[in-house]
Design a protein around this ligand. Structure first.
Ligand SMILES: Cc1cc2nc3c(=O)[nH]c(=O)nc-3n(C[C@H](O)[C@H](O)[C@H](O)COP(=O)(O)OP(=O)(O)OC[C@H]3O[C@@H](n4cnc5c(N)ncnc54)[C@H](O)[C@@H]3O)c2cc1C
Length: 432
């Protein structure tokens, strides 16, 4: 084990992308993950072109991503009457130099895990180790407090500690003891996957309904050559009165379809049968749409928050997972420039905390689904031609504003220099 490694709390998408990045630039690191075993948990998640660019730079390419998902071709909003509100091409078809990938979150997570084990070694990723807090040492380094699966406790000394421990982050709780509880705006999501025929472009993200009640679905696998069926990820969502807060048990639990199918009765068009889609799922998970109020800083001396621990956001913009990967790369870039130092963490914090916190709040206001709010407000969701309700230019401007804020602006991304120049290594780091 290297002396004074960078310690990473949490081996989710953000923690593993950080570990792979640090390894790439020659910085020793260790990941402590609370789960006793890594399992392919979750359903669909989108990797936006800005994140796919970073994955390619990490040596995770098209073949790897095609094994856990498929390139997205279209993003579309449809009104309750089945008529199109908005659609646009995505990824390469939109003019990005990199595709957008719709992937199975669990299989993608395992891809990162397998790569991390292979490149950094199994000893660098410790499972069954929950980081419960930290102590800042007088010399500027940090000790992470670790609780092991057998309930024993230990301390790990490191140069820096990266809190990539998700929305319920223990590191964030210590850094911001007065932070408000989790924020729930009233929306409940039920998520599942069903094998079905892909529609429209064959790889379309479709959001259908209103901003208070909708389904979102998109394929997360290439079609099976024998059956033509793809694994379709779907999210059924309703917004309820949240004045009494979240009263059901837990944040994430398996539920029967009968719990929520009644909300979507009659949601059938000649091109889509929502009751059949949700009714044929193997298992369904309920989780409230939650995030956290932004905090003024993600840094406390040698400790930094990243990914959902820093900026858990509503999934309306499909950018939580992508941002975790971009965070990891931006941190790597700051470390290349400033070394394994607190200055690197300060540079990261100064660059990202403000704008990404704004994105969290923007997603709370429905993110790109805001167009459905506009349709609802202007015509109650019933229209023949969307141009009469929201003129094309207004729709295009709305989406352009959202994408610029989320870092999806095409020209800017295409022209941007790599976040980490190829072959860059930290000067003081261990040679390759
Ligand atoms: C089980 C699971 C299923 C998910 N499913 C979906 C999905 O279907 N669709 C979607 O859009 N998003 C899903 N997400 C969220 C999505 O993965 C994240 O928003 C995004 O990838 C950001 O990743 P992250 O690494 O910051 O956080 P996370 O993915 O939440 O990873 C955090 C990791 O830290 C570990 N951890 C937590 N506390 C500690 C601690 N104190 N010490 C050490 N380790 C700790 C967790 O076990 C987890 O592995 C899921 C997350 C999880 C954990």
């Amino acid at each position: 084990m290297a002396d004074n490694p960078v310690i990473i709390a949490g081996g989710g998408i953000g923690g593993l992308a950080t570990a792979l990045t640090l390894h790439q630039i020659g910085v020793p690191c260790m990941v402590f993950e609370a789960a006793r075993e890594m399992r392919p948990l979750g359903v669909g998640i989108n990797m936006q072109p800005n994140a796919v660019r970073e994955l390619y730079d990490l040596g995770i390419g098209e073949t790897d991503l095609d094994a856990v998902g498929l390139p997205a071709r279209e993003w579309a909003l449809v009104g309750l009457n089945g008529n199109d509100v908005y659609s646009e091409p995505r990824g390469l078809l939109a003019g990005y130099n990199w595709p957008q990938y719709a992937v199975h979150r669990g299989h993608f997570h395992m891809l990162l895990y397998e790569n991390a084990i292979e490149r950094i070694g199994p000893n660098a990723i410790r499972l069954g180790c929950r980081v419960t807090g930290y102590t800042k040492n007088a010399d500027g380094s940090v000790a992470a407090h670790i609780e092991h699966a057998d309930s024993s406790a230990s301390e790990m000394q490191g140069a820096l500690l990266i809190g990539a421990d998700g929305i319920h982050s223990a590191i964030r709780a210590q850094m911001h003891p007065a932070q408000p509880p989790i924020h729930w705006g009233g929306a409940i999501m039920w998520r599942g996957t069903t094998w079905a025929e892909p529609i429209r472009s064959g790889s379309s993200f479709v959001g259908l309904g209103t901003h208070r009640q909708r389904v979102v679905f998109y394929p997360i696998s290439h079609p099976d050559p024998k059956t033509g069926l793809s694994m379709i990820n779907w999210i059924a969502e309703v917004t309820l009165d949240n004045s009494e807060g979240w009263k059901r048990s837990g944040w994430f639990r398996e539920v029967p379809v009968s719990d929520f199918a009644h909300y979507f009765e009659g949601w059938t068009w000649d091109w889509l049968d929502v009751p059949a889609l949700i009714g044929q799922a193997h298992s369904v998970f309920e989780n409230p749409m939650i995030d956290r109020d932004p905090v003024p800083t993600w840094r406390d001396g040698p400790v930094l928050l990243l990914g959902d621990a820093a900026h858990a956001m509503y999934p309306t913009g499909s950018n939580g997972g992508s941002q975790a990967i971009v965070d990891a790369r931006m941190l790597g870039s700051a470390i290349v420039e400033h070394g394994v130092t607190q200055d690197a963490l300060a540079a990261f914090d100064a660059q990202l905390c403000g704008p990404i916190s704004q994105l969290v709040l923007r997603n709370r206001g429905a993110g790109p689904f805001g167009l459905l709010n506009m349709v609802d407000e202007r015509c109650g969701g019933t229209f023949d031609n969307i141009d009469d309700v929201i003129p094309p230019q207004e729709r295009a401007e709305f989406m352009a504003t959202y994408k610029a804020a989320a870092g999806f602006a095409i020209e800017k991304l295409n022209k941007a220099a790599p976040t980490i120049p190829p072959g860059a290594r930290v000067r003081s780091a261990v040679p390759a």
